[in-house]
Design a protein around this ligand. Structure first.
Ligand code: CU
Length: 317
């Protein structure tokens, strides 16, 4: 294994023993926060399905692409209403800010039918898309995901006319920093269980429903993407279009074109503003920078600690 020197210095600068990557730490619905469970920790009552590994789901056909790595059913359903603002608090695996800044964020929902979602196996889910964001439209060329790295939460609005019922909501980050290599994309899905009230009547058409895995291919242009780092490139979102009954959702189109200097788009479904004082672009955690210089197969040593990686670096040198 050939590692470059920066990995070693970087590892010393970040003494954490937990690899970065990440998970959804909490979900906030109209200002009320609901905690998730740390991967592998003793599970407390929650409406967020717990995963057991903060590392990425690799491969579009991976069964873990539905709700994350070995996701288990959560005990609660979180009350929500049509149009509610939902915030997903993505954290790094060591509790730091989300460590990636490249790639889209997409949100799906699926009906759990007549049973509450604590009795629903996500592998049976028929998902419809309600929102997606790619690069920002402010001319910066940055992905909206950059704001998560700066400490913001991802913001999604439930469809304003959504029919009442039991739903899974699945928020997904696709990290594309390795996506110029086939199979390099990293999928980070997270599912929460909702009980939606109100008196809406909106629901997806049958032809807007997809399975996961199934909706994506490793060859999709937005997954195996040679233009990941081209700030003015058109981005083609993977998966189905946003369901037609949804009237807002950031990038409604199936692709996202960023014209330099373009006016900001509607704020619906957009990411919350970055906190004051954070400078985009110069706060990439070491883990992210390492990945750009390492071969793909070594970029994500899942289940190995940073100590192990450091040892390997020392051995390799
Ligand atoms: Cu990662």
């Amino acid at each position: 294994m050939l590692f470059k020197l920066p990995l070693l210095t970087c590892a010393f600068a970040l003494p954490s023993l937990v690899a970065a990557h990440g998970f959804v730490r909490s979900v906030t619905i109209n200002g009320k926060a609901y905690q998730g469970n740390v991967p592998n920790a003793f599970a407390k009552a929650s409406g967020i399905r717990q995963i057991n590994d903060v590392g990425p789901v690799k491969g579009a056909g991976n069964i873990a692409i539905n709700c994350g790595q070995n996701a288990v059913i959560a005990t609660q359903s979180l009350s929500a209403n049509p149009g509610d603002k939902i915030e997903f608090d993505w954290a790094g695996g060591d509790g730091s800010n989300w460590p990636h800044n490249t790639g889209p964020m997409l949100t799906y929902m699926a009906s759990c039918g007549s049973v509450s979602c604590d009795k629903f196996n996500a592998i049976n889910a028929k998902w419809f898309k309600i929102q997606q964001v790619g690069r920002k439209t402010d001319g910066s060329g940055q992905w909206a995901q950059q704001d998560l790295m700066n400490g913001a939460k991802a913001v999604v609005n439930l469809p304003s006319n959504l029919a009442p019922g039991n739903y899974l909501i699945r928020h997904e980050i696709i990290a594309l920093h390795l996506a110029t290599s086939f199979g390099g994309a990293e999928f980070y899905p997270s599912c929460a269980q909702l009980k939606v009230g109100g008196s809406g009547s909106g629901s997806p058409n049958a032809n807007e429903l997809v399975s996961l895995p199934g909706a994506y291919s490793d060859n999709d242009p937005g997954i195996f993407d040679m233009d990941t780092f081209n700030p003015s490139a058109k981005y083609t979102f993977p998966g189905p279009p946003i369901a037609s009954f949804v009237t807002s959702g950031a990038d409604k189109a199936s692709f996202n074109v960023v014209a330099p200097g373009a006016a900001p788009a509607s704020d619906s479904g957009a990411v919350a503003p970055a906190p004051v004082g954070s400078q985009a672009g110069d706060e990439e955690p070491c883990d992210d920078m390492d990945e750009e210089t390492r071969p793909v197969d070594a970029a994500h040593p899942t289940r190995r600690s940073r100590i192990m990686r450091d040892l390997e670096v020392e051995i390799a040198q």
